[in-house]
Design a protein. Structure first.
Length: 261
């Protein structure tokens, strides 16, 4: 399923500045994408590491929202934990195909769902110089940051494997990914919102690209605040925008200072 067009959200609160729309941390549930949102995108996925300032910020937010904070990423849970170590946060990986709840319970989609496609996708990447395959088990991501001219070709190739109900193709920033069709960030957020300590709180979701649009839509449906990081002129379900990762951090630090006695 390709997200090819999005209606711009028209929201009654759009005239309210973002910081006036955000709930107090004591009643908020915080959801964050990782790459391009909390941390700048790097040339290689393994180059991304959480810095000490961000770690301190997350620890402060965790305290003031009583643990109702989760990372919602296309990365695997293992990849998320590598970046944020020694923190081990509630997290959704592989666009929802992996999830660890606040109690530490983990569920993962069957990685064998990609077995019929794995060898063919690997061969395609190896025969196109500059493409990078990230095999995450239950998803296969083809990165074309080094060869943006190959993006359309990579997308067309992965679409061969997703005509049925089992698999879907997800587009992102210089990446296309084959994933189980039943999972997305929106449904993952909705699942966590039915569990402690998220249940009964007002959710905020911060993301930056097409992979986050299902999350924005889910947040809007349940009366939360959706914020896109990046270009304010793109079509999106998000109610608000911030220009970059640094602006998000500044907003969160202000929010944390206001919550402290």
């Amino acid at each position: 399923m390709i997200q090819s067009s999005l209606a711009t959200t028209i929201d009654a609160r759009s005239h309210v500045p973002l910081e006036g729309a955000l709930p107090a941390l004591g009643r908020a549930a915080l959801f964050f994408d990782v790459d391009g949102t909390l941390l700048e995108i790097q040339p290689e996925p393994d180059d991304v590491v959480c810095d000490a300032e961000l770690r301190a910020l997350l620890e402060g937010l965790l305290t003031h929202c009583q643990g109702a904070l989760a990372l919602i990423s296309g990365r695997s849970l293992d990849g998320i934990d590598r970046i944020f170590s020694p923190l081990k946060l509630t997290a959704v990986g592989l666009h929802g195909a992996e999830m660890r709840d606040a109690a530490g319970n983990v569920r993962r989609a069957d990685p064998h769902i990609m077995d019929h496609a794995r060898a063919a996708v690997r061969d395609f990447v190896e025969t196109h110089d500059g493409l990078v395959l990230e095999d995450k088990g239950a998803t296969l991501a083809v990165h074309y940051r080094k060869r943006p001219d190959l993006g359309a070709q990579a997308l067309a190739f992965l679409l061969r494997f997703s005509p049925g109900d089992d698999l879907a193709v997800q587009e992102g920033k210089f990446v296309v990914e084959l994933k189980p069709a039943r999972y997305d960030k929106g449904s993952a957020i909705a699942t966590l919102m039915r569990t402690p300590p998220f249940e009964g709180r007002t959710p905020d979701f911060f993301g930056d690209d097409l992979t986050d649009e299902t999350g924005f839509a889910a947040i809007n449906r349940i009366g939360g605040v959706s914020v896109r990081i990046g270009d304010a002129h793109v079509r999106t379900h998000a109610q608000y925008t911030l220009p970059d990762c640094a602006s998000l951090r500044a907003t969160l630090w202000r929010r944390l200072r206001e919550a402290r006695p």
